[in-house]
Ligand binder design. Structure first.
Ligand code: PMP
Length: 385
């Protein structure tokens, strides 16, 4: 990004489309507009092949087979499909669905809505670390538990949950385990086999792909019982009807290919830049505190509490930076972040927090400029830390 341009520090809200992804999509656009579900002529078959190639790339990025990947419009739809789809396929028996208070709204709302369908929704609190309390979770999982949903990387704090341990607990009790991995694809290693997850949500626009597409991984063997939410022509093996948007699939596939290839290099570079930025913030505001665990965290994502002024005041004082006070999904409301509240922060502490996200296209020069802007902004606000 050139000097003078605003510095983007909101990689959790969305990521820029990688130029290699843009090229793959426009190359496809120029080539064909055919419906990928038509097998009667070559252009349709060609489009279908492009979708399948993309599906293989998405699958490979998470160590899965391509038949286990269902394309959706994004992570919100994939989360809804996981929760409602599994609940409606469970005709009798297990009625308890468990999640954490720090989850994204696209999990919390469907889980709460299941109460109207006769399910028991259990929302477990988390503490200051933001990490799941294994004892509380384990006490909540019983023989009546159908599904447990715990996200991988938190979208506000970057805290990483111990998924394999949670999967183990679930399976011992015969429950299914779903994880919202929208913020981990392309950010930290992700493998359905290593985690032992039954269902996994992915989003393209959080991983340098286009907006409007995501996926749900559904374990094929033993097959996870799941019902579709969108009925129609029976595309996606009957799990999600509707014509697939080929350029979006192609872009998502390319984003996943790059995620695999670039992950080690991205993680190292982004981790170093985040370290520089956190150090710069701490120099300006010695009482600056990261929200949630400092150790169990994705490299480029953190939330910092800067007591002494409100998040909005910092945003105004940090002219030239694009960052947010909390999740984009709730930023239309003025309520304190529900994630930070679930970590036990007071309203005042949550209101004094900023979410910062850096990523593949953040440069060292931008981080240096961001530190200068933050340091002079904090001086202007005359915060005596
Ligand atoms: N889950 C998490 C953890 C997210 O961060 C987001 C995006 N804010 C979503 C789900 C929803 O993603 P999408 O925009 O792809 O629907």
């Amino acid at each position: 990004m050139a000097a003078g341009k605003k510095i983007y520090l909101d990689y959790q809200a969305t990521t820029p489309v990688d130029a290699r992804v843009g090229k793959a999509m426009s190359d496809w656009d120029e080539r064909s507009f055919a419906n990928p579900h038509v097998n009667d002529y070559m252009a349709g078959i060609d489009a279908g092949n492009a979708v399948n190639k993309a599906r293989r790339e998405v699958a490979k990025a998470v160590g899965a087979v391509s038949g286990s990947i269902t394309f959706t419009s994004g992570a919100t739809e994939a989360n809804n499909l996981a929760v409602f789809g599994v609940a409606r396929a469970a005709s009798k028996g297990r009625k308890r669905v468990i999640t954490l208070a720090s989850e994204h709204k696209s999990i919390l709302e469907p889980v709460r809505a299941l109460k109207k369908e006769g399910f028991e929704a259990v929302v477990i609190p988390v503490g200051r670390s933001g990490l799941v309390n294994i004892d509380k979770l384990s006490a909540a999982i019983d023989r009546n538990t159908l599904l447990v949903s715990v996200m991988h990387v938190n979208n506000e704090t970057g805290v990483v949950q111990p998924l394999a341990e949670i999967a183990d607990l679930c399976h011992k009790a015969g429950a299914l385990f779903h994880s919202d991995c929208a913020q981990s694809l392309g950010k930290i290693p992700l493998d359905v086999r290593k985690i032992g997850v039954d269902l996994m949500t992915l989003s393209s626009h959080k991983a340098y792909g286009p907006k409007g597409i995501g996926a749900l991984y559904v374990r094929p063997r033993p097959k996870v019982p799941i019902q579709p939410l969108v009925l129609g022509g029976g595309q996606e093996r009957g799990l999600r009807s509707g014509t697939l948007p080929v350029p979006l699939c192609v872009g998502f596939g390319e984003a996943c290919r790059i995620a695999r290839a670039d992950l080690p290099k991205d993680m190292k570079r982004i981790g170093q830049l985040a370290g520089m930025l956190i150090e710069g913030i701490r120099q300006a505001h010695p009482k600056a505190r990261l929200n949630g665990s400092e150790e169990q965290r994705a490299p480029g994502s953190f939330s910092v509490c800067l007591e002494g002024a409100l998040g909005e005041q910092y945003l105004q004082a940090f002219e030239g930076l694009q960052l947010s006070t909390g999740s984009a999904c709730t930023s239309a409301s003025t309520k304190a972040s529900s994630v930070l509240k679930s970590y036990g922060l007071s309203n005042a502490q949550a209101d004094s927090s900023l979410r910062i996200g850096i990523g593949r296209f953040t440069t060292e020069e931008e981080i240096r400029r961001a530190i200068t802007i933050i340091q002079s902004g904090i001086r202007k606000l005359r915060i005596r830390a």
